[in-house]
Ligand binder design. Structure first.
Ligand code: SAM
Ligand code: SF4
Length: 328
């Protein structure tokens, strides 16, 4: 069975949010005071596993766990092996802020996770604290080291660059990635949720601008490497490290979209930049154990996947949910 949407795109990639909670409060992702979901509204680990089983039965090959911060979800170490053992799943990956990696890296490796993304926006400890509001840079750097020691083979850093804050960190981050043998992707900030700390249109740094900045210091050439995600990659000549650019504003990637998201409360989101969603938790709770019904709901939902997102470069809250609620 295959999942194909109304525009002929085959869906092989699921991003599953296991919690909307997080131990950080990044300024572009959350408001300072957040109301998190009541526990009863969040998918149980069993429900999450059932949803993943249904997607894999429908031809999904890759699952990425995200959040919120996936490693603060209680019991995550029990979900990991269940997903890692799903027949037909080719890759289980994770996007994390890195704060809990020292504790969980061995469990990730044991479940077959070989590639992770770690968000890192600054190598300046004070600025890192400002951007995450509470985060400790050294804990994250230690987490990255722990992941490498445990046997995670490929680590990609993700950095959201805000013009008036961490633009000067672009080159230090690239140098760090090069020294450590990591990949790095730069992400244009997306208008998800209403932030109060900055005007989004004033902070936007386009991928083209960052590429230009980097190319003044490093010889880079386009690469046809793809991970199945929206990053477009450049290779630094003479190095293994790749530099990716995720450009929701400046370089629309929807034509090759192969993914859907399931939020922590079990909503199947067909597109990051649109609000339409289908409530899978309601189906599971009304019909526990009915795998066929769950699969049919997913197949039917796919016909509503929009063709593309439209982000405008102004500060109107185009999508009311925050990234932590979306599952970034
Ligand atoms: N907590 C984990 C982390 O930070 O990696 C996983 C969830 S987080 C929502 C996933 C990714 O979304 C992070 O790389 C983060 O930088 C990015 N992100 C959050 N809000 C964003 C926004 N408004 N625009 C662009 N990227 C955003
Ligand atoms: Fe937490 Fe990740 Fe959002 Fe930062 S980007 S607040 S680490 S979920």
């Amino acid at each position: 069975m295959h999942l194909t949407d109304g525009f002929g795109r085959q869906i092989t990639y699921l991003r599953l949010s296991v919690t909307d909670r997080c131990d950080f409060r990044c300024v572009y992702c959350m408001a300072e005071e957040m109301q998190f979901l009541p526990r009863a509204q969040v998918l149980t680990l069993e429900e999450s596993a059932a949803i993943c089983r249904a997607f894999v039965a429908l031809g999904v090959k890759r699952i990425r766990l995200t959040g919120g911060e996936p490693l603060v979800r209680r019991g995550i170490e029990n979900l990991l092996p269940q997903l890692g053992n799903l027949d037909g799943l080719q890759e289980l990956t994770l996007t994390t802020n890195g704060s809990q990696l020292r504790k969980f890296a061995p469990a990730l490796v044991a479940a077959g996770v070989r590639r992770i993304n770690v968000s890192l926006d600054s190598l300046d400890a004070d600025q890192f604290r400002e951007l995450t509001r509470v985060g400790d840079l050294h804990q994250v750097l230690d987490g990255i080291q722990a992941a490498r020691d445990a046997g995670i083979e490929r680590i990609k850093l993700n950095a959201v660059i805000l013009r008036q804050r961490n633009l000067p960190q672009v080159l230090p981050l690239v140098d760090f990635a090069l020294q450590q043998g990591l990949d790095i992707s730069f992400i244009e900030e997306m208008p998800l949720g209403q932030v109060t700390e900055h005007q989004r249109h004033e902070e936007l740094c386009t991928s083209a601008e960052l590429r230009q900045l980097i190319s003044r210091h490093h010889e880079i050439h386009p690469s046809d490497y793809r991970t199945g995600g929206p990053s477009r990659y450049w290779q630094i000549t003479g190095s293994d490290s790749r530099i990716g650019f995720i450009s929701p504003h400046s370089d629309n990637f929807c034509g090759s979209c192969n993914r859907v998201r399931v939020t922590a409360e079990g909503k199947l989101l067909l597109c990051l930049g649109n609000e339409n969603a289908v409530d899978l938790k309601a189906v599971i709770r009304a019909h526990p154990g009915d795998d066929e019904r769950l699969q049919q709901t997913i197949v039917n939902a796919l016909s509503h996947k929009p063709e593309r997102h439209h982000f405008y470069q102004d500060d109107s809250p185009q999508i009311v949910r925050f990234m932590n609620a979306t599952g970034g």
